[in-house]
Design a protein around this ligand. Structure first.
Ligand SMILES: [Zn+2]
Ligand SMILES: [Zn+2]
Length: 351
């Protein structure tokens, strides 16, 4: 089959012929229908995350936002059948550890991150381990392109806003960085009844955030003091502030955007420039009783709730997709992410 692989960090992806995957006893093989191109793919391509043991081994087929049709099924699989149309969380989980058993499979002790630690969906076929636990049926209402973002960016934003952020109706939510996951967070926070302030350095991304319901936008490329601007438009600070990017500037801006008792939710992982270490205004956190929480993916147990909101039209991941491309163009999209010129979500839909 064809697969687009990283063969060297930062070098163009190579479109190669590789052996078709075959199912493990508990796994399935999907014919890939759509794969989102996520900023995490860019991080993997850059060779990031060695500081937390997450640098990908090469060669590697990227792709963790997938929708596919089941084509081969391992003998121990019970709940997934040939022909089913499914997606998966990017964090493939074991279903058996303490976290999985308590509904928190997004922090599974035996996690396999699709497209990073095993080959993903920048290919004609992809293998999914532990299929009974990890495959999620895609509602009929959704096209593969619309559903692909659910596997990472959309469900990540859902957990960040409604889970870790506990956003309530009437609250102010600031979203720092409105690429794919940030834009999804704008939509989900609005649907949850919050008023949203979107912050970015790109006017095009801010225009998309407005379309998704943001009531204020702040252009950080011209605004000198982003936290002061958020404090002003929210009448004293955001109740919840979410950093979707993971730079020193966006993390600190997000924390400083909060009102007292506010909750900062960190969604973006850092790049080599910070290597996971960012200084925080700790006295402000103490005297304002601020909460700082991380958010990683979305527990498998919350997929039914998310998918029912999507199937009913309350949430619309398809409106975040700005562009579809063929597999051989994936490398160009990653390159464009180096200077932040991609808008919304780009999906591979031709293999
Ligand atoms: Zn587990
Ligand atoms: Zn992702």
């Amino acid at each position: 089959m064809k697969a687009a692989q990283i063969v060297e960090y930062g070098a163009p992806l190579e479109l190669r012929q590789v052996p078709d995957p075959t199912p493990d006893s508990d796994g399935v093989v999907l014919e890939v229908l759509a794969t989102g191109i996520c900023r995490s793919d860019w991080h993997a391509w850059m060779g990031d995350w060695g500081w937390m043991g997450g640098q990908v081994a090469l060669p590697r087929t990227l792709g963790h936002e997938i929708v596919g049709t089941v084509r081969a099924v391992g003998p121990e699989v019970r709940g997934v059948r040939g022909g089913d149309r499914v997606t998966t969380p990017f964090h493939l989980a074991c279903g058996a550890c303490g976290y999985c058993r308590s509904g928190q499979a997004n922090v599974c002790d035996n996690m396999q991150v699709l497209g990073f630690w095993c080959d993903g969906g920048y290919a004609e076929y992809v293998h999914i381990a532990n299929a009974d636990f990890n495959c999620v049926p895609v509602p009929e209402e959704l096209t593969p392109v619309a559903a692909s973002a659910i596997g990472c960016r959309f469900m990540t934003a859902f957990h960040a806003v409604t889970g870790q952020g506990r956003v309530r109706p009437g609250e102010w939510v600031a979203v720092h960085g409105v690429g794919g996951v940030g834009l999804a967070a704008v939509q989900i926070a609005c649907a949850a009844g919050a008023s949203v302030v979107a912050v970015d350095i790109d006017a095009g991304k801010l225009a998309l955030a407005k379309e998704q319901g943001a009531v204020h936008t702040i252009d950080a490329s011209v605004e000198q003091d982003v936290p002061a601007a958020v404090q002003e438009v929210t009448g004293g600070g955001a109740h919840v502030s979410l950093d979707a990017l993971g730079t020193g500037t966006t993390v600190v801006n997000s924390v400083r955007s909060l009102r007292k008792r506010g909750r900062h939710v960190q969604v973006g992982l850092t790049s080599a420039a910070d290597a996971g270490e960012i200084a925080l205004p700790m006295d402000l956190i103490t005297i304002g009783e601020l909460s700082i929480v991380g958010s990683h993916g979305n527990p498998h147990s919350r997929y039914p709730e998310l998918l029912s909101l999507v199937a009913s039209g309350r949430l619309t991941p398809q409106t975040l997709v700005q562009r579809t491309v063929s597999l051989d163009r994936a490398g160009e999209v990653l390159s464009a992410m180096s200077d932040f010129t991609t808008n919304g979500i780009t999906v591979i839909d031709r293999f």
